[in-house]
Design a protein around this ligand. Structure first.
Ligand code: ACO
Length: 327
């Protein structure tokens, strides 16, 4: 069995929020945001659109492209940090119903911005185990709904979107998931949180502070962690698989911030052109950013058979890791 990605798709909501527009709502500027993050604009979902809605659009397109009946899917796995409900029912169950995957199981995966990377490896393992044939892995986020729009330290960074991939036995000609490396640095879990909603800080009316329902971040700590996570993941996966980092055709990092990616490239002495970036137009869409990037690369014919790709995710947890893929 050779397990890989047989189809891909992505969806972002049509509404664009530019830096210019954002700087009318909070004390920031296009110049500051671009120079500190590389972000120019982001997509924002409307009030009645949730993570499951974006996931259903991306997922149904994958099934259409692959020519599959929804009943042929064995599992719907949704990686999200902005689920429709917190914590249940799972967003994946809503997507399973919305797509009409009547024979599928469903569950959510919580690994922050590393969710899609974790999802691909989880799906690969389950297909390899023989209990599942086809798994829809979807990263979907409506981070705009858990963002504190008064906090300029965080509100400039995030956007909404979804990306989906079908994982199955593709044969050696498919986009094969060769290896994955999944890690966590739980000692710094407090650097990136949405505190309320669980059992430690319960929801309203007990919760005294509505800000605890939005993203809170120690930017400097996350920055240092993220650069280190990219470097470690690339080195580890290359070393384990006998690749030199220079031989990789593409590195597809989580689209958090151009400065993080540039710093990691410099540390690895790799040309920045090896790192795909589209965060200027979509900002940080957490678990959705890697499949959105892959789909754009494919659309722009940047990917060709036989190329070696390395995805790198890093985010809340603090989780990180990557997948080595032969396209
Ligand atoms: N507009 C204008 N000024 C701002 C803004 C803003 N949007 N945000 C912060 N500032 C100000 C600060 O208030 C500070 O002002 P002060 O010196 O008067 O106090 C000044 O800019 C510098 O702030 P720093 O925090 O030192 O800015 P820094 O250069 O570290 O950049 C940033 C901040 C971009 C958040 C950086 O720390 C970073 O990239 N961190 C990684 C965070 C990240 O990408 N998180 C994404 C989520 S996690 C993930 O996906 C991995």
């Amino acid at each position: 069995m050779t397990i890989g990605i047989s189809e891909l798709s992505s969806y972002v909501p049509p509404r664009i929020l530019s830096n210019e527009e954002l700087s009318k709502q909070v004390d920031t500027s296009d110049e500051w945001i671009q120079s500190h993050t590389g972000i120019r604009e982001r997509r924002i979902s409307d009030d009645g659109t949730f993570a499951s809605d974006l996931a259903i659009v991306a997922g149904s397109e994958v099934l259409k492209r692959r020519g599959l009946d929804p009943g042929d899917v064995d599992l719907v796995l949704v990686a999200t940090s902005s689920p429709d409900y917190n914590p249940f029912p799972s967003t994946a169950s809503l997507v399973q119903e919305g797509l009409g995957c009547k024979n599928a199981g469903a569950f959510d995966l919580q690994a922050g911005c590393s969710g899609f990377v974790y999802g691909l490896e989880s799906a690969k393992g389950m297909v390899a185990g023989g209990s599942m044939k086809r798994i829809l892995v979807i990263g979907s986020e409506v981070l705009s709904k858990i963002t504190n729009w008064k906090d300029r330290n965080t509100c400039v960074l995030f956007g909404d979107g979804a990306g989906a991939a079908l994982v199955e036995d593709t044969g050696p000609e498919g986009h094969v998931i060769l290896d994955s490396w999944l890690k966590s640095k739980g000692s710094d879990a407090g650097a990136l949180t949405r505190e309320a909603g669980g059992t430690r800080v319960p929801g309203a009316p007990e919760s005294p502070d509505p800000r605890k329902f939005t993203i809170s971040m120690n930017g400097k700590k996350v920055y240092l962690f993220a650069v280190d996570a990219i470097v470690r993941t690339i080195k580890a996966l290359c070393e384990r698989n006998g690749n030199a980092p220079e031989e990789l055709d593409w590195i597809v990092p989580h689209q958090a911030n151009a400065r993080i990616i540039e710093a990691a490239a410099a540390r690895l002495k790799l040309p920045i052109e090896k790192f795909f970036m589209n965060l200027d137009r979509f900002a940080n869409t957490s678990a959705a950013s890697i499949p959105i990037a892959l789909e754009e690369m494919r659309e722009r014919s940047l990917l060709s058979p036989g190329q070696t790709l390395l995805t790198v995710g890093f985010g809340a947890g603090l989780s990180y890791g990557g997948n080595l893929i032969r396209w």
